[in-house]
Write a protein that binds this ligand. Structure first.
Ligand code: GN1
Ligand code: MG
Length: 347
């Protein structure tokens, strides 16, 4: 492999001594924090197995960046790229695809512990959606066909099940059974014919940078899945990651996050989208569990693992959250944002 400093030198980044340390908890790409004397950057190697056409990702990011640059907004930033010395904003080296971001001085949070923070997070996602709504989804490539289309994950699960020959452990039996009993419900968003919009695609808590003092969301990172899709995927994933710690959904955080999101994005939503919001909150943890489980059955080819069995463990954690949402279903439907929801819708 080409040494990392040699890669960094191919970008317009200060020459001289570099410190390079691994960064982040991403399960797909690899990231490093790169520090020169007075400048920091984030180097990334894109996972070519997951993203076979990285140029298209970069084109989508450029389209969105161009749009946002034309209407600067103090309340939202997206990270920007450092140019490659040979031109463009990425480098191909050693058969790999590399890019270098300007570092944003901000922090990520491990958990949301107050409804005010949940409101600000939801508001920030709604604000991002509002800005993305000005871009025609047809102007972006679909860089990951089938992403978040739960029935396609069910098909992959079925194939993996059919191909497997080893005996199943009780935990694996339980996980597969959990999926089988919920197959019908998994197609709920696809059946609804919802409007295609520009999405972030991975708006989990980890992907928001906060101001370390005020704890206001400053920027959304991880822009690889900016592409056409459903906003309900985004809000479902945001709720899953921010309000669903330790296998249980915190309803007061959920209500606050949705209030924030609806305050910004509500005007753009159709009645069908608002009506299906609770289903999206159920679906995203189920879907992520299904994706982890299928990857476990396929021998851990998609998500990085530290040990065999980690994807199964991740799947069970997502299914525990899914089950908790089912247990609290009546209370969830009674939440303030759902009761008032119709007021927001545009149609
Ligand atoms: C993957 O690599 P990371 O952590 O940013 C995945 C998301 C999952 C997430 C779960 C392109 O994102 O969909 O929600 O893992 N991204 C892709 O941690 O599959
Ligand atoms: Mg991601």
């Amino acid at each position: 492999m080409i040494p990392l400093p040699a890669i960094v030198r191919r970008f317009a980044f200060p020459r001289g001594r570099l410190a390079i340390v691994p960064l982040g908890r991403g399960l797909i790409n690899d990231s490093w924090l790169v520090t020169a004397s007075r400048k920091r950057g984030v180097l990334q190697r894109i996972n070519r197995h997951v993203f076979p056409e990285p140029d298209r990702i970069m084109a989508n990011i450029a389209t969105v960046a161009r749009h946002l640059a034309a209407r600067p907004d103090r309340r939202l930033r997206l990270p920007t790229l450092i140019a490659a010395r040979a031109g463009g904003n990425f480098v191909r080296a050693g058969g790999e695809f590399w890019r270098l971001w300007h570092y944003l001085p901000a922090v990520t949070l491990e958990r949301v512990d107050h409804p005010d923070l949940a409101f600000r997070l939801g508001w920030s996602l709604g604000h991002l959606h509002r800005l993305l709504a000005e871009i025609d989804p047809a102007d972006l490539y679909d860089t990951l066909p089938g992403f978040h289309v739960t029935p396609t994950y069910l098909d992959a699960f079925d194939q993996a099940l059919a191909a497997r020959q080893d005996a199943f452990s009780p935990a694996l039996e339980r996980a597969c059974d959990f999926v089988q009993r919920r197959r019908e419900r998994a197609a709920v968003l696809e059946r609804a014919n919802l409007p295609l919009r520009v999405i972030h695609g991975d708006p989990k808590l980890d992907n928001v940078l906060f101001d370390p003092e005020s704890l206001r969301p400053l920027a959304w990172v991880d822009l690889d899945t900016l592409k056409p899709g459903l906003w309900l995927w985004d809000i479902g994933d945001c709720v899953r990651s921010a309000c669903g710690a330790e296998g249980s959904l915190d309803l007061s955080l959920t209500a606050a996050l949705l209030d924030g999101w609806l305050a910004e994005a509500g005007r753009w939503l159709t009645e069908a989208e608002i009506g299906l919001l609770p289903e999206a909150i159920w679906l995203l943890p189920f879907e992520l569990g299904l994706r982890f489980l299928t990857d476990h059955l396929q021998g851990d080819r998609y998500f990085k693992v530290g040990f065999r069995g980690e994807n199964l463990r991740r799947a069970l954690a997502q299914f525990a959250l899914t089950e908790d949402i089912e247990r609290q279903w009546g209370d969830l439907l009674g939440l303030r944002p759902f009761r008032r929801g119709r007021r927001y819708s545009s149609t």
